[in-house]
Structure formats: structure tokens, C-alpha cells
Write a new protein. Sequence first.
Length: 280
Amino acid sequence: MKVDAHQHFWRLADRQGAWPPPELAAIYRDFVPADLDDARRAAGIEATVLVQSMPTVADTQWMLAVADATPWVRGVVGWVDFKAPDAPAQIEQLARHPKLKGLRPMLQDLPDDDWIADPATSPAAEAMARHGLVFDALVLPRQLPGLLSFARRHPQLRLVIDHAAKPHIARGEIEPWRADMAQLAALPQVHCKLSGLLTEAGERRDAAALRPYVQALWQLFGPQRLVWGSDWPVLRLAGDYAGWWRLAHDLLTSLDPAPTALDRDAVFGGNAAQLYRLTL
């Protein structure tokens, strides 16, 4: 099974002036399942994971309703306020829905780089682990040390780093991103998404620019903890669905050591299905 482990839907009317702004014309409109259906079919994608893009429980509930009406949306990554006193109760309630597979605080938008390392997040993290949910880490490179502290505190919580923590590809910088990612990759419960890289590349949107970062991820996470995602429709700011699908395949086949056919199947579907416990 081929799985897109990271895509979004949204309705502008629900966002009340939140991102995206009007000047991002390529993504400043509603995106619903019908908008993705042709592209995901052409790529042979049989299942997707729908990821939150608003820090509200209402958005999570809307996504779950979309998933109920869309057979190929097999999982949802939602949101709760991790430091709310009733966060464990909210998580328990949301987890009753069979398609709720994970949660994602929008860490990249927070001014405190160590926000997630605060022990006040522990009750929510422990509730997630009890219910078998995945923690999606939307972080920037500067937030990786705080994420490491959080991950070490919760070894039973499966964690996936979204968009490889958005390395500074446009500037050609690989350190200290690679060293910080290595510390996280040393923890067996930590996975990483091969997603969102084109939008971090600026004008350097080619295999040559991306290969050092993908090679690093391959060496650190290996074929069993790396999962492909499109980050559609945000992807539209830098490319299209089919183009990123082909480029990701080309990048993977160029790595050292070269992946086997089974490795490729894992990265482009099997790992996501296992990580999120998707019903196939």
C-alpha cells in the first residue's frame, strides 16, 4: 500500500484571518478531498493521513468528519492544548474515534523553543501513549534540543518529526541540524517524515540541493523509520504532487547504501501504515 503520511485540508471561512495570507495565492482557497483525489490516484496513493493546520479542537473534529466521509483518509492527526488542565480528558475523548491517530501542537509557531520540554506537557504525553497515539513534532531546527528532552522523558510515546524539522536547505546549512537530528534518531521511538523539503529549498528546488539532507536522514533513521508525505497543499508553493512524488523516488534511489525494493515500499507506505496503525 502506498501512503501519503502528511496532507492537509482546510476551509478559509473557518480560519478567521489565520495562515495562509491572501498573498500566498497558490494556497489561499478551500482545499477538500475532491481537490486531491486526481493527484493521489495518479500517484497510486491508496491512503492518506490528514494533519491539522489550526490549533483548535473544532478543526480536529471537522477533520474527523471529513475522514468519516472519505474512505482513503485513513488517519487524522489533530490538536489539543497540551498544557490545559483537562488535556488528558480531551485526548481520551478524541481517541475514541477510530481514525484519530495522532496529535500535533504547533510548536514552530511558539516563541519558547523549550515549550515542549516543560514537564507541564507530561500528563498529555502520557495520555497519548496510553491511547496509542503518535506525537507529530512540527518543529524548526532551533527547537530540536527541547524536543529531545521531551522524547527522552517519554520513551513509550511514538514520535515523528514533521518535514525533517525544516532544515535550512535554501542557505545550504546542514549543521547543527544533522547533529541534533542524530541525537533524536538514536531514540528508537522517533521517526521522521520525508516531507516539506521543497518549500524549505527556496530557489534550490532540485535533487542536488536536497540530496545531502535526504542522505543524512537515510543514514540516521534508516529504511524503517522514514516515511514519505506530500505536505499538500502547502507543497503548491514550491511544486506539484506528481513532481514531488517523482523527485522523492529519484532521491531515494540515489542514496548510499541504495535502498532495496522492500525499503522503498516501506518508506512510501509501509512505515506510515505501521506508525499510525492504519486500517488497510
